[in-house]
Design a binder for this molecule. Structure first.
Ligand code: GRG
Length: 290
């Protein structure tokens, strides 16, 4: 199954790369440099969130093609957040995905504009997606919009930045992980479930599943950071910001990631055998670090 997930990740990566390229296609104009900066950051990454979106849809029998644009929009939002995260007045990182961060290549001013333009383009992509009904487009765009605001990425990032050198307890780290990382997984899961016509019970299960997977994903990311090899992780390692691993140690952090993955898998029980691929993805994400 691990081989299957790896090849699925590669297939979806190709699809998303093509969708993103299409979404950013333009005539050469005065704003060419803005597109170049956006393309630089939107055209890479593992595409885990896209695979996640498509596999949630699969639970409801949604054909992958129907979710290509939604999944790509999720990746564009994620890319926009990485550009911002690396800026000098945020994490001040020089390296991302194994290459210089966006602002290092294009300058902070252009990087910020590109990040905002990517957010906008992601939502336009969902709103204009002709493979979805008007209601599905609206529902998906609505959950994705909420994922990066006062109850999502921006909120998590704010708390993360402002409390980085102060005493931080478990509940604060929980808040940061839930908003900074799990919120986008949850929005992706909800958008796919919405397209699949999920009922209330199913939607609740997808929410629980996505929140816990997103949470575990951030812990594993922190563990990879703690492994201390920036060439392996392809980005600058976080030192001054508090995270789960610093708070409870590597062993306990991994146990917490396992606990969240377990909770996520339990939520999938109502879907029976149809959840096999999604279960395999969860396992694959947990084992990234071991
Ligand atoms: C308004 C979009 C927006 C953001 C403002 C900057 C910010 C607030 C939030 C940053 C959130 C952030 C960077 C969370 C980290 C999430 C995370 C674990 C990133 C690594 O994800 P991977 O491993 O990366 O999927 P790749 O490179 O594979 O895509």
């Amino acid at each position: 199954m691990e081989k299957k997930i790896n090849s699925f990740l590669q297939d979806i990566k190709n699809v998303v790369d093509a969708e993103v390229e299409k979404a950013l296609r333009h005539d050469v104009t005065l704003t060419d440099g803005l597109y170049k900066s956006a393309e630089y950051s939107a055209g890479g990454g593992k595409r885990v969130r896209a695979v996640f979106t498509i596999l949630v849809g699969n639970l409801f029998g949604v054909a992958p093609e129907k979710l290509y644009k939604t999944a790509s929009a999720v990746e564009m939002i994620h890319a926009a957040s990485l550009i911002m995260d690396d800026l000098p007045y945020m994490d001040d990182s020089q390296l991302r995905r194994g290459k210089p961060a966006n602002h290092v290549v294009f300058g902070q001013d252009v990087a910020l504009c590109a990040s905002i333009a990517l957010l906008s383009q992601a939502l336009v992509m969902v709103q204009d997606d002709e493979s979805l009904t008007i209601e599905q487009r609206h529902g998906a765009a609505s959950v994705l919009t909420r994922a990066f605001g006062f109850d999502g990425l921006a909120a998590g990032q704010f708390v993360d930045l402002k409390l980085k050198t102060k005493n931080v307890d478990y509940s604060i780290i929980e808040f940061i992980n839930a908003k900074k990382t799990a919120a986008l997984f949850t929005a992706a899961g909800k958008a796919a479930a919405m397209v699949g016509g999920a009922n209330e019970e199913q939607m609740k299960a997808i929410k629980t599943y996505s929140e816990n997977i997103g949470f575990a994903f951030q812990i594993i990311d922190d563990l990879l950071d703690a492994s201390g090899n920036k060439n392996v992780v392809g980005k600058d390692l976080s030192h001054d910001k508090m995270n789960f691993v610093m708070l409870v140690g590597e062993e306990q952090a991994y146990k917490d990631a396992e606990k969240h993955t377990q909770k996520a898998l339990e939520a999938l029980n109502i879907f029976g055998d149809k959840s096999a691929e999604l279960r395999a993805l969860s396992d694959f994400l947990l084992k990234r670090v071991r």
